[in-house]
Design a protein around this ligand. Sequence first.
Ligand code: 26Q
Length: 822
Amino acid sequence: ESIPPIATPTHDVDGFVRQYLRELTYTQGTTLERASLNDKYLALARTVRSYLMARWNRTMTQQYRKQSRSVAYLSAEYLLGRQLDNALIASDLEQIAAEGLERLGLSLDELREAEVEPGLGNGGLGRLAACFVDSLATMDIPAIGYGIRYEYGIFRQTFVDGRQVEEPDNWLDNGSPWEIARPEQEVAVGFGGHTEKYTDDDGVERSRWVPGWSVLAVPYNYMVPGYLNGRVNTLRLWSARATHAFDLKIFNYGDYAEAVRAQTFAENISKVLYPEDSTPQGKELRLQQQYFFVAASLRDYIDRVLEEGFDLHRLPERITFQLNDTHPVIAVPELMRILVDEKGFGWDEAWEVTRQCFAYTCHTLLPEALEVWPVELVGRLLPRHLEIIYRINEEFLGQVRERSGGDEMLVRRMSIIAEHPERAVRMAFLATVGAAKVNGVAELHSQLLRDKVLHDFAQLWPEKFTNVTNGVTPRRFVRLANPGLSALITEAIGDGWVTDLERLRELEPLADDAEFRRRFREVKAANKDRLVRLLAARDGIEIDPSTMLDVMVKRLHEYKRQMLKVLHVVTLYDRIRSGELDPAQVVPRTVVFGAKAAPGYKMAKEIIALINHVGAVVNADPVVSQVLRVAFPANYNVTVAETLVPAADLSEQISLAGKEASGTGNMKFALNGALTIGTDDGANVEIRQLVGDEHFFLFGLTEPEASAIQEAGYRPAAYYEQNPGLRRALDLVASGEFSGGDRSVFEPIVSNLLYEDRFMVLADYQSYVEAQDRVEGAYRDEDAWSRSAVLNVARSGFFSSDRSMRDYLERIWHAEAVPVEL
Ligand code: 26Q
């Protein structure tokens, strides 16, 4: 009758040890003596998980009962980072786990290193999704994240002769203790086939889709624990499975082995994350991935509300589907298809519901980054969706015609279907038409969206457009990554800042406190030591912790301008070698790069080779290397960021103005007390406004200036001709100085800079070098520098992803917190 509830293990060392041994013995099936490192890690992960399980169950039970308004975040990427550490702090088990393991003769630090991070994202956009789900759980918002469980995440980067080589990321190989498969909740997703018209029982003309093939989507649930609260939200990632053996019988009875082999075709869909970041390729499998996870997610959510007997006409009262860029935008025609074809809605009422259910976040400004799918491909893979997209477009353009008095130029510009160079669906336009709200990710970016990329749409629907500046989770990127700084802050102002980051403001007066600044420097020094140990053990790289740590970590892309940083390094090398600079007068620095290039992005890979080759020459020079060293650890990822960011003195945020939508690394560095050298771009603009001009090294063209030069006809060679320092730096690269005398190696880079330079590296060179000279001057005054660093921390509370969530909630989602009892 009444079975007593199974208790969560007690929140103390005894309870922890008992649960740990239970996991090791009965789940892992081994003993302390025999256990491998991986066994010990898995048992630890499951132990921590077991403490959160009751919260997770309670959260789900409550969700069903309360039927509150909620948010479904649709994202093709979640760059989660390691799960164990975050689960430990969320459940307040750090101390207990450390002691409990010690009692067993084990080391928490050693075991946490055994976790392979799930790298299910490329960079900023994927990491943002991970920060957002963390904040939603911590703020007690009923929310679910939907995405893809890639079997292989972002590739592992290695260098061979300084050149990038990609290796598969087998992140699942050692077991995955953080996921729970729910195979009984699988859903079928159709593809291909044809559409047909028919007359229903009421004599109404209808369409239906008869797919040609299908795959199963199997959900895997990941826990998303709120920080020290009772909520554990769910991240639901879909994995593709071949439809059951029934296919085999039907069409391949005679060749069993061949039929089984054919199954793997379907399972390719969730096999690998596309490593392209911001230059989408129109690959068929990529569109399959998008439709696969979107169709499964909508189906999953809708089935759940239908079970409650919920009326789909009221769907917008219950949910917002937030579209993380255009990757999930096929959800718009999919919901229309469900409502019209399957639920018998009329077109207009279905459109009303659909439009109100979606909101779209744009993450780019680069025209080549806007997703466009050939009509031929969409029609072949999703014939019914193409018909629906055409109808949406027809009705939309009718509206444009009416409002504009038949301005056919405008109609052509705004059409969801592009005609050139081939007929294709413009996903950003479909998203904008299909969503109730459209947002950019920083003030400047949202403004440029309204003024440029989506100008016509912003004219038509000004109220649809809004901004939500990005943020990062202070749990992972301060509390967890920087325990020293966290302790210092907590000692000064209490621990409320972890969930209310604006409270960092209370540190401002301490910037003037010499003792506090000294302790701040102590923390920074300790963080550098930690980085020294990591790079030595992980990469065999030796760095000197007494030098200024100058860090540029982000995807390798021409618009981000790693090239500008290289030219600065080459300039320093040249100035020292030529005797223009006395090494005794130079502030010693270590320049750290971390960057992956899309495997097909030639120029990006050349730049990686250049960085490595310049680094090798600089580091080998007996004079220069006394004051300048370059470190480029391979395979930069979230785990590396957690050690690197807290150690940095200088944060490089040097994209061409108007190209970086926001940036989020910039926020992580500022929050950890690095000063920024940056252009007036993305969220740098807001960082500078908040921390103050005196504590930020601004340089470079502004967006309007850069645009004006481009329009007048930018001639990079003119900068080369007129600037002796720049000429010497480029000549050195061209001379073969960094390629064993071979002038051909970096010739493509040099001629690209001289004759094209799309991102105006040469135009900003002088300004950048001068800003670096100011950095050097400022760094010499240790006390003034640490004062600025403390003020950076104190004034960056705005960049918490909790604040981003509040903005989304107020401006777009209108959902409310629903606390779950602890
Ligand atoms: C699309 C189609 C096919 C293949 C790949 C893609 C693809 C994948 C990833 C396109 C773009 C991305 C990632 C974009 C991205 O990370 N953008 C960054 O988003 C951050 C969060 O808003 C911003 O801070 C950065 O400024 C922006 O570059």
